[in-house]
Write a protein that binds this ligand. Structure first.
Ligand code: NAD
Ligand code: DAU
Length: 355
């Protein structure tokens, strides 16, 4: 794809910023345009190190803004789209589903419509790459894995909106022959994740000697993947993925929340020079998330067999790197948890009565 121009949406968020950095640094002959609304979750500090690169352009805007999206396609004549912009937090979707419908469904369809208009006559070499989640597959019992054939069974407003956007992407591939590819990934962790999500929220609370809220009994299971492993998979799928296909991406690394938090507490005590056991005392069991999915686990054998991808960062190494990043970037953390976040935190956790 020498000399191509790529639109990356949501590039100032957690995963998007790692993807933008990777593409800007690894492909100096590509032009990367990052379209992001900069909601509470987007932060230009995430891309400070690459903001002056000649092959990088930032556009502040909303993916549901049809006029803007079409004008960007007109101006840049994109060859590829890597679509990450989304409302991404399950608890917020329970509070306010409409924002998720607007951004995740209408925003995705707006981008698809622009790609359809500008690519129909010449689809050769074009690709609309939609980044999705394992949550579309629903919830597993204590064993088994999600494969690409697992029927969709979204159970939260967030996962329902992502499932809907996946369906639209497939429908545009089938109906209009739009060249598309989808990946469904498990839980990411790493630097720059907004501290509403479990791991950075716990790091921030431990740092400030605040309670660590664990929903229910802490027995829900997630499959954790280091964010740079995900960015590497996205790079590979963008360049080598087969049009019309879906690939699952996962960490092969399932943890019960309570076990993960105990490990994190141990790493935090070590990194902060606290007495062993100090952070664990902060663990507090709180009222469960409504409709809380029990277990996610990805079977990533297709991407391994077809494209040779597998996770490289083992969990303890990735977790320590993540902890060190947050401890070394406390200004970033203080900035993002001020203002709007404080209000969100109080509202979200006020009514989760301690058991
Ligand atoms: P994030 O919340 O950290 O970032 C989302 C970004 O999208 C932010 O920069 C935000 O400003 C931007 N955005 C939101 N609404 C927008 C709009 N209307 N127009 C333009 N920009 C808008 O999210 P993340 O965790 O980095 O997730 C990125 C993508 O990956 C999402 O599509 C998500 O569903 C998917 N995903 C996330 C995970 C995970 O564990 N975080 C796992 C699998 C898939
Ligand atoms: O599986 C991929 C998905 O992972 C992504 O699509 C989502 O964008 C991302 O937010 C994430 O969803 P989860 O709901 O799994 O992530 P979260 O960090 O919110 O929660 C992880 C687990 O920890 C989940 O079982 C709920 C629990 N939890 C979460 C928070 C915020 C707690 O016990 N306490 C908390 O305070």
């Amino acid at each position: 794809m020498a000399g191509k121009t790529i639109l990356i949406t949501g590039g100032a968020g957690f995963i998007g910023s790692h993807v933008v950095r990777r593409f800007v640094n690894n492909y100096p002959d590509y032009q990367i345009v990052n379209l992001d609304k900069l909601t509470y979750a987007g932060n230009l500090e995430n891309l400070k190190d690459i903001e002056d690169k000649p092959n990088y352009t930032f556009v502040k805007g909303d993916i549901t803004d049809e006029k803007l999206v079409f004008s960007l396609f007109e101006k840049y004549q994109f060859d590829g789209v890597i679509h990450l912009a989304a409302e991404s937090h399950v608890d917020r979707s329970i509070e306010n589903p409409m924002e998720f419908i607007k951004t995740n469904i209408i925003g995705t369809v707006t981008l698809l419509n622009a790609a359809r208009k500008y690519w129909t006559d010449n689809p050769e070499g074009k690709l609309f790459y939609h980044i999705s989640t394992d949550e579309v597959y629903g919830s597993l019992e204590d064993d088994g894995f999600f494969t690409e054939q697992t029927p969709y069974d979204p159970r939260s407003p967030y996962s329902a909106s992502k499932a809907s956007s996946d369906h639209f992407v497939r429908a545009y591939n089938n109906t209009y022959h739009l060249p598309t590819v989808i990946t469904n990934c498990s839980n990411n962790y790493g630097p720059n994740q907004f501290p509403e999500k479990l791991i950075p929220l716990a790091i921030n609370n431990i740092l400030n000697m605040k309670h660590i809220p664990i929903y229910g009994q802490g027995t829900n299971v997630r499959d954790w993947l280091y964010v740079e492993d995900h960015a590497r998979a996205i790079d590979l799928v963008f360049h080598k993925g087969k049009i019309g296909e879906t690939y699952n991406i996962g960490g092969n690394n399932t943890w019960k929340n309570i076990d993960l938090i105990r490990l994190l507490c141990k790493v935090m005590d070590q990194e902060l020079g606290r007495d062993p056991g100090t952070s664990e005392k902060l663990i507090t069991f709180v009222k469960d998330r409504p409709g809380h999915d029990h277990r996610y686990a990805i079977d990533a054998s297709k991407i391994k067999q077809e494209l040779g991808w597998e996770p490289e960062v083992d969990f303890e190494t990735g977790l320590r790197k993540t902890v060190r990043w947050y401890l070394g970037n406390q200004k970033w953390l203080k900035n993002v948890v001020s203002g709007e976040y404080q209000k969100y935190y109080e509202k979200q956790y006020k009514n989760r009565l301690v058991k």
